[in-house]
Design a protein around this ligand. Structure first.
Ligand code: BGC
Length: 255
């Protein structure tokens, strides 16, 4: 089954058509910068452009960088505050003319990593997946089950929101060397271990392609891995989420 996955981020919206059985992207990845200010209608318009460029007509899965319940955003850390209370699914549907299913971006990236990526072998463990990008996204799995909308990117470290110290964007914004940034990340990982005690930590996001530059500085009790799907996980996982929602709807229609 083919589904369009869209990964909405603070810096860009990315999309591709995904074969949800194999977890493979079937088209090139379209990337369009997030419009200045990250306002709902502007971002929905960009989702419309992705659909148009891929000539897509069908279900869309969407990973959105906020707490998302039943398609509605409940927070907005790196997008405009007017997203709070907005149905991402309905608004994107309006602009794409396709049914849209939305969940938190890190949660859906987690689905993809657990099924097709670095998490595959750790189904029976407690796995913490981190997406390091504009913010820090977190997804926590226990025996393959996700506890949705865990916002551990916002714990406080040294009086600051953790993602304002250790996200990938902070490294670029503050022009930190990988070594210096890794010190912040190490401190963050120590907090995560103390609070959550995961068996495995998987780190993804665009920065994961440069892992050789920062992994040597990181030390954890948990097994520390780099996401194998890297920045494709958000797109693949978004498509997987739509598939799950469609199957649930189908099953409840049957019963
Ligand atoms: C948001 C999360 C999101 C993460 C990664 C954070 O600022 O609060 O919901 O998963 O960024 O995009």
């Amino acid at each position: 089954m083919e589904i369009l996955g869209i990964d909405v981020g603070g810096s860009a919206l990315k999309g591709a058509i995904v074969d949800v059985q194999s977890g493979k992207m079937l088209t090139e990845r379209i990337r369009i910068a997030t419009p200045e200010g990250g306002k709902p209608e502007d971002m929905a318009q960009v989702a419309g452009q992705i659909v148009e460029q891929l000539n897509w007509k069908g279900p869309i899965g969407c990973g959105f960088p906020a707490v998302v319940k039943k398609g509605v955003a409940f927070s907005a850390a790196n997008v405009d505050k007017s997203w709070i209370g907005t149905s991402v699914s309905d608004l994107f549907s309006k602009y794409t003319k396709c049914p849209v299913y939305t969940a938190n971006d890190a949660d859906v990236a987690g689905f993809a990593e657990m099924e097709f990526g670095a998490g595959r072998e750790y189904y029976n463990d407690v796995v913490l997946i981190l997406t390091l990008g504009t913010g820090i996204g977190t997804a926590l799995f226990s025996e393959g089950h996700l506890m949705p909308n865990m916002e551990f990117g916002h714990i406080e470290i040294r009086g600051k929101d953790a993602e304002k110290r250790a996200s990938a964007a902070q490294r670029t914004n503050k022009k930190l060397s990988y070594r210096r940034w890794a010190e912040h990340l190490q401190e963050y990982l120590e907090h995560m271990e103390a609070l959550l005690n995961p068996d495995v930590i998987i780190m993804g996001g665009g920065i994961s392609k440069d892992s050789d530059k920062f992994m040597p500085y990181l030390h954890t009790r948990a097994k520390l891995l780099i996401a194998t799907l890297q920045n494709q996980a958000g797109i693949v996982g978004a498509a997987m989420y739509a598939k799950q929602q469609l199957s649930t709807a189908e099953n409840s229609a049957k019963s």
